[in-house]
Design a protein around this ligand. Structure first.
Ligand code: DP6
Length: 351
């Protein structure tokens, strides 16, 4: 397979004879957590297959994510419901989702009722596409009884959205960039580490739709930013540091590497043309608060994705202190997939 490999070629290769088969159960249900990258994915080497320029590393956000329930229906169109609201068939959301489902259908004309429940704001830079596509792939795997490996599930989720490749597990996940042109070696790998004292706090400063999609913004950054050439080396260095920090539960090392990685990603986008900026005044105020508290001795760090919201990183013992300074913070309970039970995925169902 070469440069013109299409998504559908990858799906056919992974599913083999199962491609286009009919549902094997009455329904398929799954949950996938959203994830935030401590070392970011920013830039693709292949737009069609969502193949990244670099590897990346994330932590999954426990029960924050999306549940999907799929049911075959006797209709000519798929019916998509998001948080109880039927999606208009003309909406970009509906079209993107149906386009993705079509990859798996081939001769099978079964239409589906897709019921998505998401407990995070959609399109606010909280990786809603990550948990959306990951939960969809997991639910399809149930409905069609594909019994795929987690690596294959991660590859299929990546075809929907790059960061979805990391949402197949709870805990620390490295999305290895891989080298192959068909991307068969570009998928998530669960790190054999748990860190129960690590805390993430969500600081939602706005849940408005983002001004520019991460997809478009990263493409523009790669095409126009003079700083982008420095990004791959920065990621390589940060990945080494983060893995070391995770292995030794060295919180300050983790916080520094994650915050510096996020700041570098945003600096790189700011130098794109036209510049891409996701920060709003409240984002900057929150950052300044973090820096002030750190100067006063509190080990508190942050990361920021393609949106204005801030994710605080701190240790459990400092929770009360963080809450007193950020009364609106939402503390996330992290969960970790047992590394040795690698056949199991997110370890949660939709209930
Ligand atoms: C800033 O995974 O949403 O959150 O592959 O085009 O769907 P596509 O992009 P997406 O980008 C996520 C970008 C990020 C960083 C990260 O999650 O690593």
């Amino acid at each position: 397979m070469g440069c013109c490999v299409k998504k559908i070629d990858i799906v056919r290769r992974i599913l083999g004879e199962r491609w286009g088969s009919v549902p094997q159960s009455l329904d398929g249900k799954a949950f996938a957590p959203t994830n935030i990258a401590l070392c970011k994915y920013w830039g693709k080497r292949n737009q069609e297959l969502n193949l990244p320029v670099t590897s990346s590393l994330s932590i999954s956000l426990g029960k924050k994510g999306a549940s999907v329930a799929l049911k075959p229906i006797a209709d000519t169109q798929d019916a998509v419901v998001l948080n109880g609201n039927a999606m208009n068939q003309e909406s970009a959301f509906y079209k993107r989702l149906v386009h993705f489902l079509d990859l798996f259908r081939h001769a099978n004309t079964t239409r589906l009722a897709v019921d998505i429940q998401s407990n995070i704001p959609v399109a606010a830079g909280l990786a809603s596409s990550a948990c959306g596509f990951a939960s969809l792939v997991l639910a399809l795997n149930e409905l069609f009884a594909w019994r795929l490996t987690t690596a294959d599930l991660s590859i299929l989720a990546r075809l929907g959205s790059g960061s979805a490749s990391r949402s197949i597990w709870q805990g620390f996940v490295e999305w290895q960039a891989g080298e192959r042109r068909d991307g068969m070696d570009s998928h998530g790998v669960l790190l054999d580490e748990i860190w129960p004292d690590l805390c993430i706090g969500l600081l939602i400063v706005s849940d408005n739709e983002k001004s520019i999609s991460s997809r478009e913004a990263m493409q523009r950054t790669v095409a126009t930013s003079a700083l982008y050439s420095a990004w791959p080396q920065k990621v390589a260095d940060d990945l080494i540091t983060l893995k070391q920090a995770i292995a030794h539960h060295d919180f300050e090392l983790l916080g520094q590497a994650a915050e510096s990685n996020a700041m570098t990603m945003h600096a790189t986008m700011l130098s794109a043309w036209p510049a891409v900026s996701y920060a709003i005044p409240e984002t900057v105020l929150a950052m300044q608060n973090v820096w002030r508290l750190r100067q006063q001795g509190l080990p508190l760090y942050f990361t920021q994705d393609a949106g204005p919201n801030i994710k605080l990183l701190f240790e459990k013992k400092n929770t009360d202190f963080v809450k007193s300074h950020f009364p609106h913070v939402e503390i996330i309970e992290l969960l970790f997939t047992e590394p040795r039970a690698s056949a199991s995925v997110t370890g949660l169902d939709v209930s």
